[in-house]
Design a binder for this molecule. Structure first.
Ligand code: PSU
Ligand code: MN
Length: 335
């Protein structure tokens, strides 16, 4: 059961290896190790606020060295707001929860040579001793394993346009339906089918909350034209919903969508038109599946002369600020 799994985990968090705690996961036919940074395991055992961070955004979402700089700045924002950051990735087949500066540097400079690792890829990457940058689905899996309730990212995957032909629906949405972690993001990009993404999340039983707005945001722009059923107006408001969801053992994730800050949304519509050009090019070059999102992000950045990257960095930092405050509010509530 999840409860006994966590009890086991807590017991095994006392093991140390090279400064890190090693969490031992007791699975079927044996156990596996996950390295939890000592700062993270300490905060978890004291009930302090921890924020999980993903790594595909570092390896595939941004070019080097802006990716490293952003990753460091995001971790600093989390710290300045009273929470401990835990960037999640797989290095040489070992899952890490919390990276040192050296490990973060390694991941950032690996870039797309690190494998984009969604839930389906985890076993393969671990078994082969490869480097894996975790997407939202894989990051949620590991965050939940070590009992981190809040996870901050830029944007999540969704239902792709032309899904009726490709059946391309991000495993992020299914993960949100089965893993109890609150994900703070800036919505989903309009390269995706936003209304159907929200329908799919409803089917999966996921509470989608919009922060200080009634509308689901569209990543580069504040609005998508889609209303949400849950509006939240403060970190405490978010923490109450997360707390209720966990206490009820609903088992599902929660999506907290924070609109891009107004001062950075000005270029939103220029970026939108670049997105449409990029989609056309992806279709013409037959770029599909997990390669599609990284291709579109790079293309859009080219077409907008870097404006999309600047907006992306700004919204991730804002999400880190909100996520840290939510994590602190939740830790306070649980005292
Ligand atoms: N959306 C973004 N930036 C990203 C991603 C999504 O705006 O970097 C990444 C995230 O890691 C997300 C993944 O979990 O892409 C989804 O990929 P796919 O569509 O292949 O499921
Ligand atoms: Mn996909």
């Amino acid at each position: 059961s999840p409860a006994s799994r966590l009890a086991n985990l807590r017991r095994h968090l006392d093991l140390t290896e090279g400064g890190n705690k090693v969490a031992q996961v007791n699975g079927i036919g044996g156990s596996m190790k996950v390295k939890v940074a000592s700062e993270v395991s300490q905060a978890l055992s004291l009930g302090r606020a921890v924020v999980a961070l993903e790594s595909t955004i570092i390896s595939h979402g941004m070019p080097y060295p802006q990716n490293l700089q952003t990753a460091i700045e995001v971790e600093n924002i989390v710290r300045e707001n009273g929470a401990v950051p835990a960037t999640i990735a797989i290095l040489d087949g070992m899952p890490y929860v919390g990276l040192s500066l050296e490990e973060l540097e390694r991941l950032a400079s690996l870039g797309t040579r690190a494998r984009k690792t969604a839930r389906r890829d985890i076993a393969n990457v671990v078994a082969r001793g490869e480097n894996g940058a975790t997407t939202v689905s894989a990051t949620m899996f590991f965050a939940s394993m070590v009992n981190i309730p809040i996870f901050v990212t830029g944007g999540i995957g969704g239902v792709h346009r032309h899904w009726e032909y490709s059946m391309d629906i991000s495993s992020d949405l299914v993960e949100l339906g089965r893993t109890p972690v609150a994900v703070v993001c800036a919505g989903v990009k309009s390269i995706l089918d936003i209304p159907r993404t929200l329908e799919y999340l409803e089917t999966q039983g996921v509470c989608v909350a919009a922060y200080k707005t009634n509308e689901f945001p569209a990543f580069f722009t504040e609005t998508s034209g889609c209303k949400v059923s849950c509006r939240v107006d403060s970190p405490e408001d978010c923490a109450s919903i997360i707390d209720a969801s966990f206490k009820l053992k609903l088992g599902t994730g929660i999506l907290i969508a924070v609109p891009i800050p107004q001062e950075h949304s000005a270029s939103g519509h220029i970026i939108e038109s670049a997105i449409h050009k990029a989609i056309k090019e992806a279709r013409e070059n037959n770029i599909t599946g997990s390669a599609e999102t990284p291709f579109l992000l790079a293309k859009v950045n080219d077409l907008t002369g870097g404006a999309s990257l600047a907006a992306n960095i700004a919204l991730v930092k804002n999400n880190a600020l909100v996520g840290a405050k939510v994590a602190v509010a939740l830790a306070e509530k649980r005292k």
